[in-house]
Design a protein around this ligand. Structure first.
Ligand SMILES: Cc1ncc(COP(=O)(O)O)c(C=O)c1O
Length: 441
């Protein structure tokens, strides 16, 4: 019996995994990860795999980056944890300053305040509650959120309310918040250009907002790409229109940069591709370099001011988590963002994106491939279905070739660490192409 087999048995007895159908779990022979270094994962039997999805879209510089390791160890010896409710600490203050110094600029307001949360979903909850309450406290009852079909913003109920992936979200619909939805700008009919699709959905958005805009406290979007829907990229005009239409109706714009932020799209923030600044920006995932759970919401002075008043006024933002702004998480994020500036992480990501694009070009015309979609390093290769779980079968075939991938349905996602080198990028794409040959062609 291999080490992996031994752990599978113990795992199956005790553990329930996220987004996992456990009736198939053992048949799928899950990777038992023992350690990681750079872009590599090693399993308990010593096999190594290229981490082709950055450990669920988080790793920036690779695993075991010495500077981030050292920052965490240093912080542990200074302050492991203290609350951010009624107290503060140095790494939390420094990180807020750093995030604001990196905030997007362009059409829209200045982002000047940072509120911390734990993961992407909880950052989205914060943004939703802030949007609703700030309107209320400016004298406007606006109980609706407007979101996109095919959206994904996390798995807590507020985030699910503004989601639009039927498989994940339909079950919970009866217990969710009230929302309005418009079609996805990333789903195009055959022959339709991204600009044409953007124009079509903008018209729809204008119509919905003309009718109900006075009830909407915020438009919620994943900027430039609906990642979990299968890397559905869309035209920047759509994001610009969201900014304009939100302003016209007195609603806020929430850009959920949990997946796209910290360089993934070849810019620090995806909204920069459209030159748009939202009123609320959520980030998580790559914030700590892929080390520890931490997320943040960046917002404006205007939103912040709406919460000021006497304690008895009830205007306080009654939201916080036990581990909000944990100092060790903040230290990891500080080290990650410092390195990001020093080593031009965004430039590296942009170059990696171009390299990926060039290497993936031949797959565009592969008979097994429906479409290759990419913005920066965020890539989805949609394969033709060959029955159930084709995307998964391709990932298993890639794993046999030393590359670890995870699909979204029949879309195989590539989202490697942002500093992936040339030879490793070639391995990533070669393994994928061979896997598609094996499973789909
Ligand atoms: C755009 C977006 N928002 C929110 C989330 C949820 O983040 P988390 O899984 O950290 O709760 C995700 C996760 O993939 C995401 O892609």
């Amino acid at each position: 019996m291999s080490e992996s087999q031994r752990w599978w048995e113990r795992d199956a007895r005790a553990v329930w995994h996220p987004f996992t159908q456990h009736s198939l779990w053992l048949d799928d022979e899950p990777t038992v990860v023992a350690r990681a270094e750079g872009p590599w994962l090693y399993d308990v039997d010593g096999r190594r795999y290229l981490d082709g999805v950055s450990s669920l879209w988080t790793t920036t510089f690779g695993h075991g980056t010495p500077e981030i390791n050292e920052a965490i160890v240093r912080q542990l010896s200074i302050l492991d944890h203290s609350t951010f409710l009624g107290a503060t600490h140095v790494p939390g203050i420094e990180l807020a300053e750093r995030l604001l110094s990196l905030a997007p600029t362009g059409t829209g307001p200045t982002l000047s305040k940072v509120f911390y949360a734990g993961d992407g979903s909880s950052a989205v909850e914060v943004a939703l509650k802030m949007a609703y309450q700030s309107a209320l406290q400016r004298g406007q009852f606006r109980p609706l959120f407007l979101h996109l079909a095919e959206a994904y913003h996390g798995d807590t109920l507020g985030a699910v309310s503004v989601g639009g992936i039927e498989l994940f979200h339909a079950t919970y619909r009866p217990i969710l918040l009230s929302t309005l939805a418009v079609p996805s700008p990333g789903v195009r009919s055959p022959g339709q250009s991204p600009a044409e699709r953007a124009a079509e959905v903008i018209t729809e958005l204008e119509k919905v907002m003309a009718n109900r805009g006075h009830e909407v406290c915020a438009l919620v979007v994943e900027p430039m790409v609906q990642a979990a829907a299968g890397m559905l990229t869309y035209h920047a005009d759509f994001l610009r229109a969201c900014r304009r239409i939100a302003d016209a109706h007195g609603a806020l714009l929430i850009c959920d940069e949990v997946a796209t932020g910290i360089g993934r799209t070849g810019r620090m923030w995806a909204c920069e591709h459209a030159g748009v600044v939202p009123d609320l920006l959520t980030c998580g995932k790559g914030l700590t370099g892929g080390y520890l759970p931490l997320s943040a919401v960046l917002t404006t002075d205007e939103v912040y001011q709406a919460f000021l008043g006497t304690p008895a006024s009830g205007r306080t933002f009654f939201h916080g988590h036990t581990y909000t702004a944990n100092p060790v998480c903040c230290a990891a994020a500080n080290a990650n963002l410092q390195l990001a500036v020093e080593r031009d992480l965004v430039g590296q990501a942009a170059r990696l994106g171009e390299r990926l694009g060039a290497l993936l070009a031949p797959l565009q015309s592969h008979p097994g491939v429906v479409e290759v979609r990419r913005i920066g390093t965020m890539t989805g290769v949609e394969v033709h279905s060959r029955g159930e779980r084709t995307g998964f079968a391709v990932c298993q075939a890639a794993r046999r070739r030393g590359v670890w991938l995870r699909p979204l349905g029949d879309v195989v996602v590539l989202m490697p660490p942002l500093t992936l080198e040339e030879a490793e990028t070639e391995l990533l794409v070669t393994a994928l192409a061979e896997a598609i040959d094996e499973v789909v062609a």
